[in-house]
Write a protein that binds this ligand. Structure first.
Ligand SMILES: [Zn+2]
Length: 137
């Protein structure tokens, strides 16, 4: 482990603590683990979509071949690296809040249909797609 890795781990410490907790909580349902660049991706049975907590990405196992969600979560990974301790406040809170509204209103609602067009989801898509195009991992 290099000094860069240590500094990045500390820079994103709140996300990493939550990510390690979630990893422990989901350990029995983890069906596959992949690496995507510097991120570790856990595919979990009976998960609720995807979430990125620092270098740890969690995705529902049924989405294991869904490149779009992997690219999107990788965009959140890049946001986490940029924002460090502010990630949960700037990205996590609005993302989870919108996600809850989408679940309440249902997938067919107009609000849900525009989920990925709003901040910070549109930014995650943009960063993830840029990383894919430039093969940054
Ligand atoms: Zn997202």
């Amino acid at each position: 482990m290099t000094m860069k890795h240590i500094l990045l781990f500390v820079w994103q410490l709140p996300q990493h603590i939550l990510g390690l907790l979630l990893r422990c909580l989901c350990a029995g349902r983890c069906r596959a683990v992949k690496r995507k660049g510097a991120a570790v991706v856990f595919f979990i049975e009976h998960f609720w979509g995807g979430i990125c907590l620092g270098a740890y990405i969690f995705i529902d196992y049924t989405l294991i071949n869904d490149q779009r969600i992997l690219t999107h979560e990788y965009g959140h990974f890049l946001q986490s690296r940029m924002l460090g301790p502010l990630y949960l406040l700037i990205v996590g809170v609005p993302s989870i809040t919108m996600n809850i509204f989408c679940r309440i209103l249902g997938p067919q609602s107009r609000f849900s249909a525009r989920y990925y067009q709003r901040f910070p989801e549109n930014w995650a898509d943009k960063l993830g797609n840029m990383a894919e195009e430039r093969k940054l991992f």
